[in-house]
Design a protein around this ligand. Structure first.
Ligand SMILES: Cc1ncc(COP(=O)(O)O)c(C=O)c1O
Length: 415
């Protein structure tokens, strides 16, 4: 099979093949893609997240030291001495697992401490913890909305939000477009019981920020609630790194604040911060919470420390922003199209999926670990390389990455 003639979308559903037949055909596609040096997914790291990483080359098996610009570990808290020490102490005291679901024995005093810290961090009354950010979005939406309700979603919200809305009515509005949102709110007026507008605070593939101030004002004026997913905002934006509501001075005014613990906080898991009554309802009706073992003590211990680090070591966020400003200025000078990116995530929009795969292979060969984003994750005309920065990237890392991107960009005639 010639994998360059297909995309992942072609194997999503094949009408005449059962699941094993479909898997066999997909294996042919994946092997051809690997042979062409396009196998950019599941590259194996021998050192874990950091500004550089030892990575196994998928074709040759050779280990390369690479500059890693694809992590969501924006503040490098995965390797911070305080998150490691606190995780280790929790592991020693409480053991390797929580032992049960949260309602039936899996809640320790450490879990309660984290719930309270998260609620305070997000300016809300209370918070509920999940073992993944995907689970917290999906599990909460499934618990809150039925066929009598409606979710009004920005076109670019994360997959976990889309999957969480499978049991309810859905209307999309154009990305960050207030006129389009208002049209959706007008159409939904007086028709549904709960109306919920859901947006990401920072968009994961574009790095731009939701116009949360306008969204909250507009949604509330139509009697709709607002939920914001803070996955890529926590630790990164807002004067104290508290995310999008803080960035807009809206703390306490967003009805539901969702987030992950896996990105700026450097661990794993997810949360919903909101009012006490809704948190309690979710304890009993969110199946992803009720029927799933509580987060590990190590994760919870590390997260308590991560929130403390965000509060007491603002210099990490400052270093990240110095890097963002420097990289942004120079990538624009090279002539790349970065859309409306304004945070630590940079899309380099190339608009040609095959070129993106080839450019990615070339960057990989030159020692830069970045990822391709292609159809169906984004439309073909918006195919891109996705770059993300960390506070621990040095000026040398940034300059080397820019040099590689200049070389590859010229070779492929995109700058
Ligand atoms: C915007 C957004 N929301 C939710 C998630 C899911 O979070 P997690 O990886 O913690 O499950 C992700 C991450 O992949 C994300 O980018």
């Amino acid at each position: 099979m010639d994998s360059t003639k297909y995309s992942l979308a072609d194997f999503m559903d094949i009408p005449d093949l059962d699941i094993m037949g479909r898997a066999e055909l997909f294996a042919q596609y994946a092997e051809d893609s690997r042979q062409r040096g396009h196998a950019h997914f599941r590259r194996i790291s021998l050192t874990g997240s950091g500004p550089t990483m030892q990575v196994v080359d998928p074709l040759t098996g050779k280990v390369n030291e690479m500059i890693y610009m694809a992590s969501n570990d924006y503040l490098n808290l995965t390797k911070h001495p305080r998150t490691i020490a606190a995780g280790r102490a929790a592991l020693e005291k409480y053991g390797s697992g929580a032992g049960s679901v949260p309602l039936l024995g899996g809640t320790t005093d450490l879990h309660i401490e984290l719930e309270q810290k998260v609620a305070k961090f997000k300016g809300c009354e209370d918070a509920i913890l999940y073992t993944s950010g995907f689970g917290s979005n999906c599990g909460t939406l499934l618990a809150m909305l039925t066929d009598k309700d409606i979710a009004i979603l920005d076109l670019l919200v994360h997959a976990s939000i889309i999957d969480g809305c499978k049991n309810t009515n859905v209307r999309h509005f154009r990305h960050n477009d207030m006129q389009s949102l208002e049209r959706a709110l007008t159409k939904a007026k007086d028709k549904y019981r709960t109306k919920l507008v859901v947006v990401d605070g920072v968009y994961s593939m574009d790095g731009d920020i939701a116009k949360l101030d306008e969204i909250v004002q507009l949604a509330h004026s139509y009697g709709a609630y607002v939920m914001v997913d803070e996955a890529h905002a926590s630790g990164v934006i807002g004067p104290n790194g508290r995310g999008t509501p803080e960035h807009f001075g809206l703390e306490g005014q967003v009805d539901i604040v969702a987030g992950t613990f896996s990105k700026g906080l450097g661990v794993v898991g997810g949360f919903i911060a909101t009012n006490k009554d809704l948190v309690q309802l979710l304890h009993f009706y969110s199946r992803a919470y009720m029927f799933s073992t509580a987060p590990t003590p190590q994760a919870v211990g590390s997260l308590i420390a991560a929130l403390d680090v965000i509060e007491t070591e603002p210099e990490l966020r400052k270093q990240l922003w110095d890097n963002i400003i420097y990289f942004r200025e120079n990538i624009l000078k090279l002539g790349y199209n970065i859309g409306n990116a304004e945070t630590a995530i940079f899309p380099l929009i190339i608009a040609d999926g095959l070129k993106v795969r080839d450019m990615c292979r070339h960057c990989h060969e030159l020692g830069l670990y970045i990822n391709p984003v292609q159809y169906p994750a984004v439309p073909e005309r918006l195919s891109r390389l996705r770059i993300s920065l960390m506070s621990a990237h040095t000026r040398e890392h940034l300059d080397k990455a820019l040099e590689i991107l200049e070389h590859v960009g010229r070779e492929f005639d995109v700058i």
